[in-house]
Design a protein around this ligand. Structure first.
Ligand code: SF4
Length: 226
C-alpha cells in the first residue's frame, strides 16, 4: 500500500507560541488526532491525499524554503503519520529546520523520526484545562524523557482551574528532563481567559520549584495571523 496521508492545509505564517515566537514558518497541518481536548478548536479532518514525494514537490514548487525559519509539522497529531514522515523528512536533506508540534503521547512513533527533528514543541496536558485523564499527563512525562538530545520545550495551557498538584507535577517534569516550560493562558473570545495577576501568581509558583519557566500567551491572536 502506498505511503499516503491526508493533509488538512499548508500555509505560511508567523509562529505565535513558545520560544520561537515571531519566526516565519511553513505550516503543514496533518489530519487526525488521538486525543479530544475540551478546548480544541482546530479543524483537522478534511484534507487532500499526498505521498511523501508529492507533498515535497508541491512545497518546493510553491514556496521559497530559503525564506522560512523552519517547517512546522502540526495537526491534529503529526506523529500519527510517522511512517509518512520517515520518508518525507529526509527529502529536505537538512536544508531547512523541522519543528514538531505534538501532544506528546506517541513516544515510540517519535523515536522513529527523532533524527530528523530540530525542535520539539511538546504539550503537557493538564486535566484541569483539557478534560483529559491524569494518565495523559504521565504519558507526556515519558515522552519528554525520550526527547533528550533534541531542542525541546513543553507548552502548558492553563486556566483558572489549574491545581497546585498539577503545578508541582509539571515543574518536576521540568526539573527531571531539563526542558523549558512555557505557560500559555487559555484564550477565549475576549482574549486571555485569566487575568495578568493570576498569570503572575502561577508563574511564581512554577519558578519557586523550577526556574526555567516562562509565560508566553498566543501572540498570533494579538497580531491577527493564523
Ligand atoms: S491534541 Fe491538539 S489537535 Fe488533538 S484534540 Fe488536543 S488540542 Fe486538538
Amino acid at each position: 500500500m502506498a505511503n499516503e496521508v491526508k493533509i488538512n492545509e499548508i500555509f505560511a505564517s508567523i509562529q505565535g507560541e513558545g520560544p520561537v515566537v515571531g519566526y516565519k514558518q511553513l505550516f503543514i497541518r496533518f489530519c487526525g488526532c488521538n486525543l479530544k481536548c475540551e478546548y480544541c478548536d482546530t479543524e483537522f479532518e478534511k484534507g487532500d491525499i499526498y505521498t511523501p514525494q508529492s507533498l515535497y514537490d508541491k512545497i518546493s514548487k510553491e514556496y521559497n524554503l530559503g525564506t522560512f525559519h523552519s517547517i512546522s509539522l502540526t495537526g491534529g497529531e503529526p506523529l500519527l503519520s510517522y511512517k509518512f514522515l520517515k520518508e518525507f523528512l529526509p527529502l529536505f536533506n537538512r536544508k531547512i529546520k523541522v519543528y514538531l508540534e505534538t501532544n506528546a503521547t506517541l513516544s515510540d512513533n517519535f523515536s522513529q523520526i527523532k533524527d530528523f527533528i530540530d525542535i520539539v514543541a511538546a504539550d503537557i496536558k493538564l486535566p484541569s484545562a483539557t478534560g483529559l485523564g491524569v494518565n495523559i499527563m504521565k504519558n507526556n512525562f515519558q515522552f519528554l524523557r525520550n526527547c533528550s538530545g533534541v531542542d525541546t520545550f513543553a507548552k502548558i495551557v492553563f486556566d483558572e482551574n489549574i491545581t497546585d498538584e498539577e503545578i508541582k507535577f509539571c515543574a518536576n517534569i521540568g526539573k527531571e528532563t531539563g526542558v523549558e516550560l512555557v505557560l500559555q493562558p487559555k484564550m477565549d473570545a475576549a482574549g486571555m481567559s485569566v487575568g495578568s495577576e493570576f498569570c503572575e501568581q502561577i508563574l511564581d509558583k512554577f519558578t519557586s520549584i523550577y526556574l526555567n519557566t516562562r509565560l508566553i500567551p498566543q501572540v498570533h491572536k494579538f497580531i491577527n495571523v493564523r
